[in-house]
Design a protein around this ligand. Structure first.
Ligand SMILES: [Zn+2]
Ligand SMILES: [Zn+2]
Length: 346
């Protein structure tokens, strides 16, 4: 079968012809219909996120049709449309037993630690395959499995209640989903803090109140808009100590700030005046849980989570086209997502 693989860090991906993978009991073989090209894939290629089991087929945002099921598989059948949860967990360790699969002691990421979806076929444990209703295209089914799933996990971690106000710092892929999901979960006023001047119109169109941090301090703007109170929930999706601090400072009493963006910088907080006396909470967010995916799929099926077709671009399963898309991601500032449409000869 055809696959597009990372052979060497810092080098372009290459077209490869590899054997169709064998399935073990409890696994399924999926004919890939669509695979999302993610910012993380660019980081793997560049060596920013380390991979030490090369060569590997990238691609952790995958949707397709079940081609074959192994022994002991009952949740999916041949011919089912499915999308794939990208964390392969053991299902037996203490974390897995409590449904906390992202902390599994032997967790493996699809398309990083094991072969992913930049290929005609992929093998995953059956418990990683989730039914994809016909209302959702394979393209959307694939890209939902990463940033949208993480945005939903972040909002779940904040325990957002209907009517509560939300501030979203960063309106990229995560923010685009987070805004719609906050709305779907009943969030009240939603503020979007985004430095890119091309984005306020879109945020407003999607029902949010844009905040321009270049005009004046975004915390002051949020305080002013909320009569001095601040917001109940904030999400930091950028990965900068400065915006993380702002996400905490804009909280109302009992507010919760979920930090999702990654940074190596340290963040300073004055414990008494900025956290303790408001009983505010700072919550770390990492990936998402398999158990949250059916909710996400249902929100997409019912149109509460959408992706406008103008923001989707399709390429073939071809190394040159995929490398081009990864190059473009290095300095991407828009919402355009590139998806590999995997067409099979068979
Ligand atoms: Zn991704
Ligand atoms: Zn485990």
């Amino acid at each position: 079968m055809r696959a597009v693989r990372l052979l060497e860090i810092g080098k372009p991906l290459v077209d490869a012809d590899v054997p169709v993978p064998e399935i073990e009991p409890g696994e399924v073989l999926i004919r890939v219909a669509a695979a999302g090209i993610c910012h993380s894939d660019e980081h793997y290629r560049a060596g920013i996120s380390k991979i030490d089991n090369l060569p590997v087929t990238l691609g952790h945002e995958v949707a397709g049709t079940v081609e074959k099921v192994g022994a002991d598989v009952s949740n999916v059948a041949r011919g089912d449309r499915v999308c794939v949860h990208y964390l392969v967990h053991c299902g037996q360790c203490e974390y897995c037993r409590h449904g906390l699969d992202q902390f599994c002691v032997s967790v493996q990421m699809i398309g990083k630690h094991r072969n992913g979806g930049y290929a005609e076929l992929i093998v995953v444990p059956a418990r990683n395959a989730f039914a994809l209703p016909h209302e959702i295209s394979f393209e959307i089914g694939a890209i939902m499995m990463c940033s949208s799933a993480t945005s939903l996990h972040a909002l779940t971690k904040t325990r957002l209640k209907p009517g509560e106000s939300v501030a979203i710092f960063g309106f990229g892929g995560l923010g685009y989903s987070a805004l719609q999901l906050a709305r779907a979960l009943g969030g009240g006023e939603i503020y979007v803090v985004e430095i890119n001047r091309a984005k306020p119109a879109l945020a407003r169109k999607m029902g949010a109140i844009p905040i321009d941090p270049t005009a004046c301090d975004p915390v002051a703007q949020i305080r002013e808009a909320t009569s001095g109170k601040g917001v109940d929930v904030s999400l930091e999706l950028i990965g900068s100590a400065k915006t993380m601090r702002q996400a905490v400072l804009c909280l109302a009493p009992l507010g919760r700030a979920a930090l999702v963006g990654l940074t190596k910088e340290s963040m300073s907080i004055l414990p008494y005046t900025e956290l303790i006396n408001k009983e505010a909470e700072i919550i770390g967010v990492s990936d998402h849980l398999a158990s949250e995916l059916p909710t996400l799929v249902e929100l997409a099926r019912t149109g509460k989570l959408r992706f406008s077709s103008e923001t989707l671009r399709v390429v073939d399963l071809d190394a040159a086209e995929i490398n081009g898309a990864l190059d473009a991601l290095q300095d991407s500032i828009d919402h355009v997502r590139t998806i590999i449409k995997v067409t099979s000869d068979k």
